[in-house]
Design a protein around this ligand. Structure first.
Ligand code: 3HC
Length: 292
């Protein structure tokens, strides 16, 4: 068995998946000075990520929130690739943020186990699939964990580091320290549980919000207003579901329910039917609110 890299030896990060999470995680790493590759199977996905990150950086510079040289250095530290094999070959740390499907993730981790340097830590940003599900496929289970970021990843401070039974202390320590060096405040979860901490807390609020709305007790707008003005939440639960994506919310519920079987974890029928109508929240232009 090999030894995971120490934090001092991490200079190159690979982020797999150019979607909402992957692109912002990659930019966070680039801003912290890491040479970062974003790998995705879709050229269009990579082009969209590049365009969004360039526009984001230009906006920050225009607002005076980011120094022009820092922005240019971060954009210059980013590479874009459709080739997983060559991207993995020189990565010291991998953060997988691909589609939330176990078959896809297992294939990716199997390849990473063969292609990434022996010292590399292989982390998944999955919010629902504990890394134990893909660890064996890598042949280096001790170097595998969840490193779960929050949307929008350039802003939210929390990173949940979740260890599975075989994750080594050294892997946990390096992953926690990397999160700190990315400007985050990591928390450690010692045992896999569906939803970890944040999504369990968020799910409880969402369930109650849906109950109140579905029972006709209050409007979506008033429930959201109450969460903001009475509880100090930055956004109400419905606005937050639209931000996260209703497909993601539905998937989290399905995956959690499959594991726990608990009635309170069951997917909400209203959200399921909105997803089947293509109402996914902000990213599709409509969800609980209209963004068009
Ligand atoms: N990408 C990058 N930066 C963004 C952004 C985005 N999508 N949205 C907002 N920001 C930045 C803005 O540029 C601004 O930065 P600045 O203050 O330095 O200029 C800052 O965030 C604040 O933005 P706004 O003033 O426009 O609006 P708000 O003050 O309402 O903040 C928010 C927006 C940060 C999204 C805030 O409403 C919030 O914290 N909402 C809750 C988000 C949350 O709970 N996320 C977790 C979701 S769960 C999850 O991701 C887990 C997964 O597994 C499902």
């Amino acid at each position: 068995m090999s030894t995971p890299t120490s934090i001092e030896n991490i200079s190159t990060i690979l982020v797999i998946g150019a979607g909402t999470m992957g692109r912002q995680i990659a930019m966070t790493a680039a801003l912290a000075g890491y040479a970062t590759t974003i790998q995705d199977i879709s050229e269009d996905g990579l082009a969209a990520a590049r365009a969004e990150l360039e526009a984001w950086a230009a906006g920050r510079v225009a607002k005076g929130k980011l120094n022009g040289e820092t922005a240019a250095a971060a954009l210059g530290a980013l590479a874009y690739s459709t080739d997983l094999d060559s991207s993995a070959a020189n990565a010291d740390f991998v953060i997988e943020a691909a589609t939330e499907r176990l078959d896809i993730k297992t294939q990716i981790f199997e390849r990473l186990g063969k292609l990434a340097p022996a010292h590399a830590i292989l982390a998944t940003n999955s919010s629902t699939l504990g890394s134990s599900k893909v660890a064996e496929a890598t042949g280096r289970a001790a170097q595998v964990c969840n490193m779960h970021f929050f949307n929008p990843a350039l802003v939210m401070k929390c990173v949940e580091v979740v260890r599975h039974e075989s994750t080594s202390d050294a892997t946990v320590e390096t992953t926690m320290e990397l999160a700190r060096r990315l400007g985050k405040e990591p928390v450690l979860i010692n045992r896999e549980i569906p939803g970890f901490i944040a999504n369990r807390l968020m799910g409880a609020v969402q369930r109650e919000a849906l109950f109140l709305a579905d029972s006709g007790i209050a409007s979506i707008e008033d429930i959201d207003t109450t969460a903001r003005t009475a509880l100090g939440h930055p956004m109400g639960p419905f606005a937050l579901m639209d931000l996260v994506g209703l497909d993601v919310i539905d998937f989290i519920a399905q995956a959690t329910h499959a594991e726990t079987g608990a009635a309170e974890d069951a997917p909400n029928p209203r959200i399921a039917s909105m997803v089947s109508e293509g109402k996914l929240g902000r990213k599709s232009g409509a969800g609980f609110y209209d963004y068009r």
